[in-house]
Ligand binder design. Structure first.
Ligand code: HMN
Length: 288
């Protein structure tokens, strides 16, 4: 399961429906042009928390059908409705997804026992491996080394998508659990995570910058840190401008500029105004 996974965007039409043709184009672009090793489906970047259960299933279907066996597939199934999480985990597993992933339960202040029960409930119901999706900045859930260790005791928990700028904790997890997979979640910090020996990365900007991300990761693995730093610098020039202009709508606009029918974002996420669209095109011309 090692390698670079795109946190896959989804194409939506103006009414908020999944644009299947556009989604297929995004999948192909990631596999054929960005040449990533896998796709992380229905994560934050896929606007997962803005869509219905039926749409999530539709997306799992379309992506699986388009990608075939070309790359590895991870299905993010986490939901506050635990029955829904279980149903989605079963659905994606039956489709043949290589692993499932679930965001830590959020909004309510769940204690660690509740978080552990959430993961074990999902895992008890499916015959698949799971990657914890930890993203404290969005969920407010900060787990410590011991708590990750508790979750890792379940052998079906094969790793974590670590989306936090805490390199002390990342190093401690790496050292303590050499056999668990760690995926770096912040694209702008990929080099720093790579030198700590992560097993791969999952990122939104890989939809448009996957090849460079792969270069950073591979150069770091070979110990060519100066070269990797140069590619991270160019990457961060790009990411800084994307973040300034609005993360997801800008990535969609860049994809459209490259001929991929990426559609618009689901409300309440807003789309770019004409100036934002021009900015996105300039960003693409300048950096890609
Ligand atoms: C996902 O679930 O869609 C991604 O894995 C999330 C991923 O970690 C991204 N985080 C967010 O979008 C919040 C990053 O790729 C991030 O977009 C990028 O590093 C720019 O900050």
């Amino acid at each position: 399961m090692n390698g670079l996974y795109t946190a896959l965007m989804c194409s939506f039409d103006e009414k908020g429906n999944v644009n299947e043709k556009g989604l297929r184009e995004i999948v192909r672009h990631n596999i054929d042009v960005q040449q990533v090793d896998g796709l992380y489906v229905n994560g934050s970047t896929g606007e997962n928390f803005l869509i219905s259960k039926e749409q999530k299933k539709q997306i799992f279907d379309v992506v699986n059908n388009e990608a075939g066996n070309d790359v590895k597939l991870i299905a993010q199934v986490g939901a506050l409705d635990l029955d829904e999480a279980v149903e989605l985990a079963t659905y994606a597993t039956d489709l043949g997804y290589n692993a499932i992933s679930a965001v830590t339960p959020f909004y309510y202040k769940f204690d660690f026992e509740e978080i552990k029960d959430y993961y074990n409930t999902i895992l008890d119901s499916v015959d698949n491996d799971l990657i914890i999706y930890s993203i404290p900045a969005l969920t407010g859930v900060n787990m410590n080394l011991e708590q990750f260790g508790e979750l890792f005791k379940n052998e079906k928990v094969i790793g974590v998508k670590f989306t936090a700028p805490d390199f002390f904790l990342l190093e401690r997890i790496r050292h303590a659990y050499p056999n668990k997979l760690i995926f770096s979640g912040f694209d702008e910090m990929l080099l720093s995570a790579s030198v700590l020996n992560v097993d791969g990365a999952i990122g939104s900007t890989f939809n448009v910058n996957g090849r460079r991300a792969k270069q950073i990761y591979e150069l770091a693995q070979k110990g060519q840190i100066d070269e990797a730093r140069d590619v991270q610098k160019v990457t961060n020039d790009l990411i800084a401008e994307i973040l300034d202009n609005g993360l997801y709508p800008t990535i969609k606009e860049i994809l459209k500029y490259k001929g991929v029918d990426a559609g618009v974002c689901r409300k309440p996420m807003k789309s770019l105004d004409p100036e934002g669209v021009t900015n996105a095109q300039h960003i693409a011309d300048k950096h890609l």
